[in-house]
Design a protein around this ligand. Sequence first.
Ligand SMILES: Cc1cc2nc3c(=O)[nH]c(=O)nc-3n(C[C@H](O)[C@H](O)[C@H](O)COP(=O)(O)OP(=O)(O)OC[C@H]3O[C@@H](n4cnc5c(N)ncnc54)[C@H](O)[C@@H]3O)c2cc1C
Length: 422
Amino acid sequence: MSDSTRIVIVGAGHAGGTVAALLRQYGHAGTVTLIGAEPVAPYQRPPLSKAWLKGEADGDSLRLKAPEWYADNGVDLRLSQTVAAIDRAARTVRLSDGETLSYDKAILATGARARLLAIEGADLDGVVALRTAADAEVLKTALAPERHRVKRLAVIGGGYVGLEAAASARALGAEVVIVERESRILARVACPILSRFFQAYHRERGVHFILDATVQRLIGEGGQVKAVHLGDGSVLDCDAVLVGVGAVPNDELARAAGLDCEDGVLVDLSGRTSDPAIFAIGDVTRRPMPLYDTVMRLESVPNALEQARQAAAAITGRAAPEPETPWFWSDQYDLKLQIAGVPIGCDDLVVRGAPDAPGFALFHMAGDLIQAVEAVNAPGEFMVGRQLIGRRTPVSRALLADRATPMKAVALCPIPSSLEAS
Ligand SMILES: Cc1cc2nc3c(=O)[nH]c(=O)nc-3n(C[C@H](O)[C@H](O)[C@H](O)COP(=O)(O)OP(=O)(O)OC[C@H]3O[C@@H](n4cnc5c(N)ncnc54)[C@H](O)[C@@H]3O)c2cc1C
């Protein structure tokens, strides 16, 4: 790659900001232009539903890089700018203000957006989907106690973002009710034991749940949301509604440019799309999962970081990094949930510890192999479990279930040296 290689990154989020920094770290000397639709430089989203919402972190601590880093490192950061179109033949992108930029390599890091509810009242003030810092600001303001009146938050959707926001809202003193369409929370993303545990933990801390429920419409007064009308006719009074019903990939730009997409931009293990001059990374992609012989769309910071490393390595001519075992975390109250792997093709579940109190782990097994681990305040189980998954190390189910047996002793073959300290 020559010093004059021009790189345009579309999307200044976690993946886009990280790949810009890695390109410089890996020695890319050509231009880097980082274009973001939001008015703020790349920041971390996870605290928006956790520490930041509770007032335990300020905006500065969310930033990926200090504001001066971009100019100091020759990264041309263009904020409040959207890339409207890609001309693959001319290798240009067109910005919302009409400017056209040429690229030798483009990286799409456009992320995902919150899925909206197509119901009456979804556009009322006080109805928010938590994806951006601006959304989080609206929610925090709506939850601030007013003249000693406790605020009431209705959360639609019992997924991770909804549960985290519920825990933060309780810490702010708000009343919280979670309305879930399925018969259990976390139905799409966790096993029933974990769903039961988290529901009980939230309930003990004052969160109300309405399961198997449909939301018919949102009712407002003077343009401000005041209540949620459910399918069974009941009405929940509220001051704010958080819609947490998942995210959809921002892959329209890629589709319009004719790149191969399938609910996300299809990429290889270098982040390359069907056009070798265009890479895609982060939430917007559907990527290979070598451990599971499938392709998936992952919405997590570790995935955004891994794909940023893959693309930066490929563009700068470095060796491809080893594929990682996917992982994710969620913080709620004093709980840290850590999940590694994906429970694909499993025939058994091994429970280590008592799943009615923090400090347990659930291992999803395919024969002697761990496919995934869900650990609640059990960092050792998570860490070793993740490595055992990645190395395809067979384990003894009986030893795994026995909390008295150290994790490093559950393997059925010589333990890799890197696990010995665990
Ligand atoms: C509230 C919340 C809590 C989370 N908690 C966790 C957690 O605990 N653990 C975890 O692992 N993950 C968590 N995540 C997920 C994690 O934040 C995402 O996986 C990560 O941000 C993905 O990075 P990304 O760069 O792909 O997308 P994003 O961070 O969404 O960035 C994409 C950016 O591209 C911009 N953009 C889109 N289209 C264009 C365009 N055409 N032109 C210019 N710019 C464009 C968008 O405005 C956005 O700024 C959380 C997410 C949220 C919202």
